[in-house]
Design a binder for this molecule. Sequence first.
Ligand code: ATP
Ligand code: MG
Length: 243
Amino acid sequence: MSVADNTTDRANEAGFGEVTHDLPPLGQDPTRAYRLGIMGGTFDPIHHGHLVAAEQAFGDLGLDLVVFMPAGRPAFKQDRKVSTGEDRYAMTLLATSDNPHFVASRFEVDREGVTYTADTLELMRGIYPENVTLYFITGADAIADIVRWRDAHRIAACAKLVGATRPGYDLESARRTIAASPYPFDVTYLEVPALAISSSYLRERVSAGQSLRYLTPDPVTGYIHKHGLYGLQGPSFGQRGEA
Ligand code: ATP
Ligand code: MG
């Protein structure tokens, strides 16, 4: 049975109804084990901090692929205006397009309503066969949050976690939070080349008219300019000047 044939049945068993998706096939050879990395985030916009963390996880953990998955409507970012899923997916696609082992997925942006990581990982667990292990990659700030979530036990049941160092956040305190959790989290800690950058910082720079060069891939900067994101005045294609 192919991975595609498997998709609907197993997702139905998990109680999620029919699931169509753009996730890459993996697990085809039943005699070998596969490792799939999942880099989740709001990616508003994606930047080199995300890309470096995912690349480090790919190398250190011997992953087969890393799927970059922009969050649909993140449960925890309802307080600020987040760019559309379409824009965040497009920027993620642009940023990952030159790396053969990075894939961008619409899996979350195409889901209705607020998207929870536990649901996403449970759906993915149902989609991939047992010989594919899921590794959910997060920075030091996010990993401490995740284990405190209401659905933490569901996450622990579906995926291993990868906790990447991030400047300004204490991975040690994240370790203590995880150790104190009643759930059996399997976490690999990862030393990532320090990039003290965040999407918030990039958004501030754009609205102040400052350069994003070396903070995110140039095609992402181009997209932000072309579409007038983050308070930037977009170019006026096709507009005639005053006569
Ligand atoms: P924002 O400032 O809007 O919160 P962000 O830069 O934190 O944006 P997110 O989309 O929130 O980006 O983060 C997605 C994931 O990437 C999280 O797990 C986060 O910890 C991790 N991450 C973000 N920036 C870095 C970085 N510079 N180094 C390592 N990990 C990072
Ligand atoms: Mg963040």
